[in-house]
Design a protein around this ligand. Structure first.
Ligand code: ADP
Ligand code: MG
Length: 261
């Protein structure tokens, strides 16, 4: 089992979209997958076309067992939903010194007992107790980020936080950057992508092109694999010399490589 936490303190950078797309992709490839929505906005449920509900609060705060709070949404795909009651989870973590560590241990234990192959955590746009708890639970942190001028500051803040958390715990502190909503037309974004690669090397995953199909799919109650599996958001974009670059499919292959390793 591998646990992936999707973290960025900015909103609108494609965290939830990446979690839902990659989680449903893993499920389609036969991996038993759990998505844990840790954002009080509950957008995982919205994107998957199910009602928001207090799944995370029931599991963590009311201490109900995992198998009683998960909702099956597709073959191989289970979800712990979220809604505004997730604020109570945060409240307890603030009060109790070991809240975050307890969250991480319980999540790993219970999802291993249910024989999940992959657990993907979607986080709210902040860098707080729940994000630390998710880091502690994770084998890998994935940082979805856009490539606008103001986005790159945030990335440094998160990577610092990951390193600090790793120093104080047994978490491995491994992370990847996932450039999202990639605007392949402007030179500026290509320049920023290069800067990111210069700074972080192989930790930068191939970019996800901006693609209207990706934004449309949830409104139709479908994942992108069901709605438009051939779109550039999935398949990548041609780079001019006959190669395609990026897209969720190559990221999915990368996650599978990590799960199998
Ligand atoms: P976050 O969870 O970080 O707040 P979301 O995944 O909710 O971000 O994405 C923010 C918005 O951008 C949503 O409306 C989503 O549909 C849209 N979006 C995400 N990724 C893409 C993409 N690759 N192309 C076009 N729209 C996207
Ligand atoms: Mg979100």
């Amino acid at each position: 089992m591998k646990v992936f936490a999707f973290i960025n303190q900015k909103g609108g950078v494609g965290k939830t979209t990446s979690v839902v797309t990659l989680g449903s992709g893993l499920a389609l490839r036969g991996y038993k997958t759990l998505i844990v929505d840790c954002d009080p906005q509950g957008h995982v449920a919205t994107q998957l076309g199910i009602p928001k509900s207090p799944g995370l609060r029931r599991w963590y705060y009311d201490e109900e067992p995992l198998d009683q709070v998960i909702v099956q949404v597709r073959n191989n795909l289970m979800v712990i939903t979220s809604d505004k009651t997730t604020d109570r989870v945060l409240g307890r973590m603030r009060e109790e010194q070991w809240g975050a560590a307890e969250f991480a241990d319980r999540l790993r234990e219970e999802s291993a007992a249910m024989e999940f192959d992959a657990v993907l955590l979607d986080l709210a746009p902040s860098l707080n107790h729940l994000q630390i708890a998710a880091m502690l639970a994770s084998d890998y942190v994935i940082i979805p980020t856009r490539l606008r001028y103001t986005d790159l500051d945030g990335v440094n803040e998160i990577t610092r936080s990951i390193s600090e958390t790793a120093r104080r715990s047994r978490m491995p502190g491994r992370y990847f950057l996932l450039p999202t909503l990639f605007d392949r037309v402007t030179r500026e974004t290509h320049q920023r992508l290069l800067e990111l690669v210069n700074a972080f090397g192989k930790q930068v995953l191939p970019p996800i092109p901006q693609d209207v199909k990706i934004a449309e799919a949830p409104g139709r109650g479908m994942t992108i694999w069901e709605y438009a599996p051939q779109c550039s958001g999935v398949k990548g974009y041609p780079n001019g010399s006959g190669k395609t670059i990026g897209g969720y499919e190559v990221i999915l292959d990368e996650l599978i490589r990590l799960i199998e390793s």
